[in-house]
Design a protein around this ligand. Structure first.
Ligand code: MTE
Ligand code: MO
Length: 374
């Protein structure tokens, strides 16, 4: 069994798949701190976790033409140390809402396929510059993991070379998560962090970097993590016709209370909390909440955000809360939340109109019903 030597996981995680291991924390725990503790950080593995050690670890650097260099862990650590706080979010986060709209294929994630961690490592642009890469000669930077499928093919993904070589894009080869070595489930000893970009490109257990004119040939780049119209189905889908997801759209979620929870009404109000985030480094500028189907929108307090982030480099999430007034006599209420980012992008209202056959980018208004306890 290739899964016989998997790491031990935290009991609070809700398991969506055992082999490969996929799990997310409960919503209320997720937003207890601005920085997600490593043991509560969602796990999305496609293959068995590889067994690697710091001494023998090697990273191969190649172009289409040739292998240029092999770096050991200590070689990577010799570069200037760069620390960022960044979200990693799965493209399938909140998919369960899309699956409820109409059947689809994919793990039914709730709102917890996201976390915000402090990542320390070497900037990818520093390594590529040392390799003598000229951005104009290539178009993509491909990554391969040490995790292999039964045929020996690694997990793989790529990002455009402009992002890889831009110092302000903060793409790093991370060796620390929240100040400790990266745990096995999250890519020990090296994983790529591509802030503002879909989780799938943040390749764990990094084995190889290939600078190329082409995108990664991997199934996860070519035949998955792409979005189609709600009217495209398995009999007429052509994965070559849509671009791979890179930067993520604006999203928010209500995490406390959880759906159908009994909520205490205090002075005619209930306390509601959640997260909001947008891809591409776009700051969250506002979160709106309603419980009368949008007749009245209340602006939430933005409680925690990365106040040090430079313009266009807001990689962290924003935690928000509100004391939401509830109508007298009501026994239950439906809460909606939507976030606005620095480009004034707003979330779409309904899941129905963004439904897609793989259930990606479910960023419609988050809507939950709760019971009111007076
Ligand atoms: N990297 C490798 N090597 N293998 C994987 O299965 N999964 C990807 C990405 N990197 C994956 C990977 C996907 S789809 C996501 S959402 C994130 O890792 C999940 O990162 P996490 O498990 O640290 O939360
Ligand atoms: Mo993912």
């Amino acid at each position: 069994d290739p899964y016989a030597r998997e790491p031990v996981r935290h009991k609070a995680l809700k398991v969506n798949g055992q082999k490969p291991f996929c799990a997310e924390p409960p919503p209320s725990l997720l937003i207890e701190s601005f920085v997600t503790p490593v043991e509560l950080f969602y796990v999305r593995n496609h293959l068995p976790v590889p067994e690697l050690d710091s001494e023998s670890y090697a990273l191969e650097l190649a172009t289409e033409e040739s292998t240029r260099k092999t770096l050991k862990l200590e070689d990577i650590k010799k570069y200037p140390k760069h620390t960022i706080t960044s979200v990693v979010m799965c493209g399938g986060n909140r998919r369960s809402e899309m699956a409820a709209e109409k059947p689809l294929k994919g793990l039914t994630w709730g709102v917890g396929a996201v976390g915000n961690a402090v990542w320390t490592g070497t900037k990818l642009c520093d390594i590529l510059r040392d390799l003598g890469i000229n951005e104009d000669d290539y178009d993509h930077v491909q990554f391969e993991g040490y995790d292999l499928d039964p045929s020996g093919t690694p997990y793989g993904a790529s990002i455009p070379i402009g992002r890889a070589m831009d110092p302000k894009a903060d793409v790093i080869l991370a060796y620390e998560m929240n100040g400790q070595s990266i745990p096995r489930d999250h890519g020990f000893p090296i994983r790529v962090i591509v802030p503002g970009v879909v989780g799938a490109r943040n390749v764990k257990w990094l084995a190889k970097i290939i600078v190329s004119k082409k995108e990664s040939p991997s199934q996860w780049q070519q035949g998955d993590y792409k979005v189609f119209s709600p009217s495209t189905d398995w009999d007429n889908v052509d994965f070559s016709k849509a671009p791979a997801i890179q930067e993520m759209p604006v999203i928010s979620a209500i995490c406390k209370p959880e759906p159908l929870e009994n909520v205490k009404v205090v002075n005619g109000k209930i306390n509601v909390k959640g997260y909001a985030w947008s891809g591409g480094g776009r700051k969250i500028v506002r979160v709106d909440v309603t419980n009368d189907q949008g007749e009245t929108w209340h602006t939430a307090n933005l409680d925690a955000e990365d106040t040090n982030a430079k313009d266009g480099r807001h990689w962290s999430w924003t935690l928000w809360s509100i004391d939401l007034p509830v109508q007298k006599g009501w026994k239950e209420t439906e809460i909606w939340a939507k976030a606005v980012d620095a480009s004034y992008n707003v979330q779409p209202e309904t899941v129905k109109n963004i439904w897609n056959l793989r259930g990606f980018l479910c960023n419609a208004y988050h809507k939950i019903k709760v019971k009111l306890d007076r």
